[in-house]
Design a protein around this ligand. Structure first.
Ligand SMILES: NC(=O)c1ccc[n+]([C@@H]2O[C@H](COP(=O)([O-])OP(=O)(O)OC[C@H]3O[C@@H](n4cnc5c(N)ncnc54)[C@H](O)[C@@H]3O)[C@@H](O)[C@H]2O)c1
Length: 415
């Protein structure tokens, strides 16, 4: 079996963490039972470029239960949990990922996964899909799946200009993914990352959330719960108005830069905090990012404005500006929830990864019937996943009476 990981000796700790995560992934467990008997992915190779975490490991086991040969490489050089990588290798699953690897090693690992000629590729950020459309046109999988907002945006741009040559399931577009993973998952884990990196008391500080999409809303909500004064920066008037009516101050980035103690970007956009903002920041302001790529904070500009850079804690670097002010950067500007914490809790990845597994099953079941394009999973799948998760949380659904059903589908009854 081929693999490239930091150290196989870490497998015991990784197995423990995988097992704990597995206990909190009840929807995936239900799916695994069906997969074990039906084997919908029998004999298929699935290459997943996802964060190498305990939750992803459980998805790999589900794919194996379905009869597939899963292969895992990292979707971010800083998010790999080396112990989990070791535990998967001990399970006989090929993993190509090492925490902190450089860009060359990162892409060597993606190519190693593609060398195994996958039938389906899974992405979190469209890096495998991009290779499949540039340097690796020698491989043509049945289809691909995409986990995150930024990846879906990239793939839609490929479809728009006619470049896309594969059917792709936008898993992010399932309601049971983006309304929960992006909001509650990022909300909790991004705060966890900032706290682990800095150990500051959030209560009483001003926290600036740049971007009020699903992720930003979750982060703002959790920061508010910790007692922060939350300021939101948005470019979309509807989202900005939502933030205002949710009770937050809405400001321009310039104005927010001067008042913030902690900043977090969650836009999927480039250089949303840059030189002009760093110039206005208070001494010891902490800046972080939870958007997909490490381009939301312009750290090149910050480096250029600084006389010195030093590590002050794990995952926290201090840049000293010419006037003596210090700006602290968490997790090198990469996803703070994965770089400085453990990523989303298993409870929410349960739904995201159940959707991933169902997307792979759907692509194989529809092999040869799908044109290149972006697809979303059917509403019934969302309803099924939500029902199972609700049951796991101890909730119960009300049902419509026949009279109510008739009322909701008719038009005759009015005032
Ligand atoms: N950290 C994680 O684990 C995690 C999880 C899910 C998604 N993501 C990533 O987080 C990012 C945001 O995802 P989302 O689902 O919230 O996206 P979204 O599209 O729902 O929200 C992004 C928001 O940012 C705003 N925005 C864009 N440019 C801006 C700017 N210059 N200043 C202020 N606001 C700006 C947009 O108007 C939008 O409201 C994406 O890159 C996504 O891939 C990260």
């Amino acid at each position: 079996m081929e693999y490239d990981i930091a150290s196989p000796t870490l497998s015991e700790q990784g197995s423990q963490r995988m097992a704990w995560a597995g206990r909190r992934m009840q929807v995936l467990a239900t799916l695994r039972q069906r997969f074990t008997t039906e084997k919908p992915l029998e004999g298929r190779t699935i290459a997943a470029c996802l964060h190498v975490t305990a939750e992803t490991a459980n998805l790999m086991l589900a794919l194996r239960d379905a009869g597939a040969r899963p292969i895992l490489c990292a979707s971010n050089p800083l998010s790999t949990q080396d112990d989990v990588a070791a535990a998967l290798v001990a399970e006989g699953i090929s993993v190509f990922a090492i925490r902190g690897e450089d860009s060359t090693s990162y892409y060597d690992h993606l190519n190693a996964a593609l060398d195994l000629e996958p039938d389906v590729t899974m992405d979190d950020g469209a890096d495998l899909a991009t290779l499949l459309h540039t340097s690796r046109t020698d491989i043509t999988p049945v289809g691909s799946t995409e986990e995150t907002t930024t990846g879906v945006i990239r793939l839609k741009a490929m479809a728009q200009d006619g470049t896309l040559r594969l059917p792709v399931v936008a898993v992010n577009d399932s309601a049971t993914k983006h309304l929960f993973d992006n909001r509650y998952g990022t909300g909790q884990s991004a705060l966890d990352g900032i706290i682990r990196a800095s150990n500051v008391l959030i209560a009483g500080l001003t926290m600036v959330v740049v971007g009020y999409g699903n992720c930003g809303r979750g982060v703002a909500d959790r920061a508010d719960g910790h007692g922060a004064k939350v300021v939101v920066v948005e470019v979309d008037p509807v989202r900005a108005l939502m933030a205002a009516m949710d009770g937050y101050q809405v400001m321009t980035a310039d104005a927010a830069a001067a008042v913030g103690d902690i900043f977090i970007t969650v836009t999927g956009n480039k250089h949303v905090l840059r030189g002009r903002h760093f110039e206005r920041m208070k001494d010891s302001a902490i800046i972080s990012n939870a958007g997909h790529f490490d381009i939301e904070l312009d750290l090149v500009a910050l480096g250029g404005m600084s006389t010195e850079k030093r590590q002050v804690r794990n995952n926290l670097e201090e840049y000293i500006l010419e006037d003596g002010r210090r700006i602290l950067v968490a997790a090198e500007g990469r996803l703070v929830n994965l770089g400085a914490a453990e990523g989303h809790p298993a409870d929410v990845m349960d739904m995201s990864f159940s959707n991933q597994a169902l997307a792979a099953e759907w692509l194989i079941a529809n092999e040869g019937k799908l044109d290149p394009g972006i697809y979303t999973l059917a509403d019934e799948i969302d309803r099924h996943v939500a029902t199972l998760k609700l049951e796991a949380l101890g909730g119960a659904l009300e049902t419509l009476t026949p009279e109510q059903e008739a009322y909701l589908t008719g038009w005759q009854e009015g005032t």
